[in-house]
Design a protein around this ligand. Sequence first.
Ligand SMILES: Nc1ncnc2c1ncn2[C@@H]1O[C@H](COP(=O)(O)OP(=O)(O)OP(=O)(O)O)[C@@H](O)[C@H]1O
Length: 598
Amino acid sequence: MSRLHLLGFIALAGLLVAVPLTAENEYELRLFMLFLIYGLIAVGLNVLVGLTGLVSLGQAGLFALGSYTGAILAVRLGADLITASIGAAVVAGVAGVALAYPTVRVRGVYLAVVTIAFGIIVENVAIEWSSLTGGTTGLSGVPMPNVLGYELSGYGFYGVLAVTLLLATLAAHNLKVSAYGRAMLAVSQSEIAARSLGINATGMRILAFVAAAVTAGVAGVFYSFLNQYISPDIFTFSDSVRFLLMVILGGAATTFGPVLGAFTLTYLPEYLQEFQLWQKFAYGALLLIVMFVLPRGVLGTAGFVLKRLRPPARGLSEAEIASAQADLAPAARGATAELVTDGLTVRFGGLTALSAANVRVKGGEVHALIGPNGAGKSTFVNAISGVYRPTSGSFGIDGEDLTGKRQHEIAKLGLARTFQNTELFGDLTVIENVMVGGQIGLSYGLADALLRTPRQRREERALRAAAVGLLAFVGLTEHANEAARYLPFGLQRRLEIARALAARPRLLLLDEPAAGLTTQEIDDLAAMIRKIAASGVSVLLIEHHVDLIMAVADTVTVLDYGQVIASDRPGVVQNDPRVIEAYFGTPVAHGEFAEAAS
Ligand SMILES: Nc1ncnc2c1ncn2[C@@H]1O[C@H](COP(=O)(O)OP(=O)(O)OP(=O)(O)O)[C@@H](O)[C@H]1O
């Protein structure tokens, strides 16, 4: 944990201890307890909004679901605070999974509408199912907070709320700096790239929704025990908006932003009471001004300014570079990684982009796939990496059939790729991009991430060391701490290669890696590809640059109108009349092919 974050946690803990000692009356303490409850909702919602970039305007619905579940369990079944919280966490968690499902199809404003609809449904069920919920009259008689038959004092309950908020903030912070947090950020920035590195994007979104739902559900139980009475009008759409505002105002994706946002929006209405009729207007105007001046939220902007004033070193320390070594060899040693496609066909409506392609990439070779524009090269790459589902035919690595598998499953079986139009995680740093690539080899789980166990730290250290080694291999150590989006184009291409290599694949697909590079950069790329192949990785190279192909390829396969028209050693293919005709329309003299195709 950075020194700044440690200070933040100490300050938060200090505040939580000091408040009950200094509170002058019960009302003050109760208001602070409300802040703790809202803070819990905001901290959970920040996982969703800050890390996966998704917006939920249904948090009041989840809060209500938790409140009602807790209250019903307590009133009707005599459950204590712990049992009620577990029950509410389960019910809200299941609702979180259900809410995450639409993200398979919808995002952005459509997803926001789905979450709004969810909130409205919960509110209406609470009103209409009066035999269970008490309808519009609400549910009263929630007992005093009690644990295992012992009633908690006001301060005891305060302690439970304070410790829960502190632990939730710590767990959310740990999640953010773990492989899970990086994976969520990666998914939000380039889903296709994240999937190509073995990340289950849907799984990450479900996890984020569940985190936001469970915290809102437990906060709901706390609320019903604090209030001892709940009714549907406590959980309205404007509450959902307020919860979202807490995250955005404090600073999405920051550790303490949601807590600060919850604090501000709990106390602000109190201070604005003196404006009487103008209270709501003043509230809105103030929010508008803050968001206009600080679009990243208060702590987001503070962090940004701090980085400007004291920029972190762009590169890595000598010691860190010296301690790391690139390991390019495939994770599964001894594997030959032979890719074989059998009659692979991809149709888009009436267009056959790839027609019964039989390609064999032998273990450890550099195999170039070339062809005129629109020949079907990218379609081939997308088919074997799981982006497109083949219409017919099959493909596999080392005899294992991969047809029909999803992108992240194929990645886990040893295939990594780069993209024709680079697909980096722009807001992550260069080294974080490579670390996301290496996450496929991690074995620590969610509990390790939340608790930052020694196992998590050990694996993260090894992951970083491997990433440093790969950055040295592609010559990017000087840029390690820069955001990937600010790298010059040529370096972005190299970063994509390092990121793909971090997954320690058996087969590496390079989709036009030389596009847009200078002659010197292409020479460096050729040397890099040779080294990669020498370490035992099979390379499938999609390229137009004939010089590069001649320099590195062991075999060249030529596609034309989706069909394989030649596959042989480069020198043979270069003189194949069908290939020359495919590029020029008519047979031409020897030598002109290389000149024109490059
Ligand atoms: N998602 C898609 N939907 C419909 N048609 C597509 C799709 N992707 C590719 N195509 C079509 O399939 C054919 C093959 O395209 P593809 O991009 O695979 O060629 P390519 O060899 O990679 O070309 P380039 O060198 O220009 O990248 C083209 O006619 C293209 O228009």
